[in-house]
Design a protein around this ligand. Structure first.
Ligand code: NGQ
Ligand code: ZN
Length: 470
């Protein structure tokens, strides 16, 4: 299928017929409800009725919960998962992993990016994510020359989202330098680079590409303080009065030290001192913060974009969870490097990393008697929705009909009352519990498998075969 055919097919499907779904159990904004009828029109929820009659509705077996937003993803990195797990000549680190990652991305064609993205997005849907924030930074050809269409790569990501049904927030990354203080970029970074003027044209071209897919949002992503200068950061932020703004920040200790050496301030403090950080912003990782930075961030309404599986994989460190929560901070989760794709798994490792660091249990909650799974899930739904700037994150009228249906027969659910179901889903993994998934009201996963899995996986295998054996 060509790109335009893929998009056309999806647009036709997405505007799909109105339908009414019926669930024995559903997790609504007010909590668990029984016998729930959810009407869908134009991809959005048009009515929710509890204690309803199933007559005239499509009866869906299982436990309905809102799909979780995946707020931070570099989809192409799914293709290198497992390729940086062998010891190098010296000490391995985030930075040596990054070298492997740069070598991998140096070879990717637009077709490769589309094939890998389609596979990763299909897996996300199978594992409970129904929306993704694509922090997108491979913009240009291998030698750094822009494609004839500046947004060629963004179009490929959009096409992949369309082919799988996942909801998309595209976050084109602004990347201009190789390190703090306008250090020149290295060769491995040349596919990312733009000055502010060309970046803003790229954002416009990305909006045009995104318009091919209903309900797609576009924001911006200054890559990190390492990749910008104060002037260029201010310029792109000022030129973008609406939509989400995502930035990687304070992930690695070396990054904090380099920022201190450059400016005298730590990264999060520097950002708050110089930028109008508010609820439009999503600070990715924010791993290394002082108590004061933690308070400032929580008070600003910005979302902490936590990526626990990747942060563990890369050896980043542990987020200030309890202090941030106690200060009313908002957070969501992201699959980032996609070495493992699993909505429940991200929430589980978020809590487990806190337990390891604090040597306690049930850390990401604040009230006695509160379910940790419930708190993690509801917080990540709200934070993820805010960060992605789309009407998602709950089963309520006006929201996208993004519904994940858990297998009620799964043994994790058989022994517990429903107020423990979220704890069971998140903390008692075993066989994956997602049975079916509706994205924008369209069924895209059945029996735990994406409906296009065979074709998408075949293309992914062929792509990886060519890339890795080359
Ligand atoms: C990225 N990923 O942009 O893919 C980054 C690595 C960097 C994470 N930080 C590159 N996890 O930060 O320079
Ligand atoms: Zn990232």
């Amino acid at each position: 299928m060509t790109r335009s055919q893929t998009l056309a097919a999806t647009s036709a499907k997405d505007s799909g017929a109105a339908r009414t779904l019926f669930f024995d159990h559903a997790f609504l904004p007010g909590g668990w409800a029984r016998n729930v009828r959810i009407a869908v029109a134009d991809g959005a929820i048009s009515q929710v009725v509890t204690d309803a009659d199933a007559a005239g509705s499509e009866r869906v077996k299982g436990i309905a919960v809102p799909g979780l937003p995946n707020l931070h993803c570099h989809t192409f990195q799914r293709g290198m998962a497992g390729l940086a797990e062998r010891r190098g000549p010296g000490d391995d680190s985030f930075w040596t992993w990054r070298d492997v990652m740069y070598r991998f991305l140096g070879r990717l064609t637009p077709e490769d990016v589309e094939a890998i993205a389609a596979y990763a997005y299909a897996e996300m849907l199978e594992r409970g994510f129904t929306a993704v924030g694509e922090f997108h930074y491979i913009h240009h050809g291998a030698d750094g020359t822009p494609y004839a269409d500046l947004a060629e790569m963004a179009s490929r990501v959009t096409a992949a989202a369309g082919a799988t049904g996942i909801g998309l927030t595209l976050l084109p990354a602004f990347y201009a330098y190789g390190g703090f203080g306008a250090a020149p970029a290295v060769a491995g970074q040349r596919r990312f680079l733009n000055d502010p003027q060309r970046f803003l044209r790229l954002v416009e071209a990305t909006r045009a590409a995104a318009a091919n897919l209903p309900s797609t949002a576009v924001g911006i992503a200054p890559h990190s303080l390492r990749a910008v200068t104060p002037e260029t950061l201010a310029e792109v932020v000022k030129a973008t009065p609406q939509g989400p703004i995502h930035i990687h920040i304070a992930e690695q200790v070396k990054e904090v030290d380099d920022c201190l050496a450059w400016s005298g301030a730590r990264p999060v403090a520097w950002l708050y001192d110089h930028m109008p950080v508010d609820a439009r912003w999503c600070l990715i990782h924010a791993t290394h913060m002082t108590a004061d930075e933690t308070q400032r961030m929580a008070a600003s309404g910005a979302v902490a974009g936590l990526c626990p599986i990747t942060e563990a994989s890369l050896g980043d460190g542990i987020f200030n969870g309890p202090e941030f929560l106690a200060a009313g901070g908002r957070f969501g989760v992201g699959s980032d490097s996609n070495i493992e794709i699993d909505a429940a798994g991200e929430l589980r490792l978020l809590e487990y990393s806190q337990r390891l660091g604090r040597r306690g249990r049930n850390i990401m909650t604040t009230e006695a008697g509160e379910s940790t799974g419930h708190r993690l899930f509801t917080a990540a739904l709200a934070g993820g929705a805010q960060a992605l700037g789309r009407p998602i994150g709950s089963l309520a009228v006006g929201q996208r009909a993004d519904i994940v249906v858990l297998d009620a027969e799964h043994t994790s659910f058989s022994t517990v009352a429903r107020e423990h179901w979220l704890d069971s889903w998140i903390f008692v993994p075993g066989r994956p519990a997602v049975d079916s998934v509706f994205a924008g009201g369209v069924k895209v996963v059945d029996g735990g498998r994406h409906l296009q899995r065979d074709a998408i996986a075949a293309r992914y295998r062929a792509t990886l075969g060519r890339l890795i054996d080359a």
